[in-house]
Design a binder for this molecule. Sequence first.
Ligand code: SAM
Length: 276
Amino acid sequence: MKNGIYIVATPIGNLKDISERAKDVLQNADIIACEDTRVTKKLFSLLGLNTRKKFIRLDDNTESEQSKSIINMVLEGKSVAQVSDAGSPLISDPGYKLIRLCKKQNVDVFVIPGACALICALQLSGLPTNSFMFNGFIPNKDKARKDLFESLKNINTTLVFYETANRIEKTLKIAKDIFTKREIAVAREITKIFEECINGTADELLCHFEKNPPKGEMVLMIAPPNQPEAQHIDIFSVLREKLKNTSLKSAVKEMVDEYGFNKNEIYNLALKIKDE
Ligand code: SAM
């Protein structure tokens, strides 16, 4: 095994999602850098891998300091496998600082791909996947959540966030006012027994979670503003109607506020209708 850093994905729920290559690397690496040594040792046991090797901690608090010593180990000829508690390292998980430093110091980096909650969720969602924007975890404070959603609402792409069961309802209540009629998908317990992906407007999802209290790990996704299936409206007719009763500027503003459409696109459409 060549010396270097190996970024190794581990399962997010189903043990069988570990790859043969991941098992080889974890078995043969000299050192395992992980978020929580207990979690990773448990995974090693379940996979029948050798637990009697060096496990070192690389978490958000220790990453800056540990990265330097991990790189020194590689420069001394060791191979280091980096894992997080579950899923793909570096994606809302530690590892970015380490890999950044590797690039600066010309240390070899290899990736061993596997489960990633963000990608699995998108695949389950039925929302557009040709363009998406991953935003990591949604902030905890209401104002920060609202500001984040406001800053993203007109971006013409599927928005993806990591979320937790105990915060999803608060988040949907805020999303309701900002993304009004947009289709939202919540994928939870991916690759586990109760895997599901529920789609609807924020209001519909709130109703769902009232009847079925949210549980488990989840990913929240919001359809792009101009996704026609999500709108269930005839943009031309609605805009034409508005233009009969109000100024072009106000009609455009209403379309953006009510349906989350892209302002420039609606403005150009309004100009065309005016020219008809
Ligand atoms: N790096 C990991 C990845 O990309 O797969 C994610 C780690 S992040 C600390 C944990 C978050 O990922 C959870 O709060 C949840 O939003 C999402 N997640 C992880 N496993 C999941 C699962 N089985 N089902 C749904 N979401 C999951």
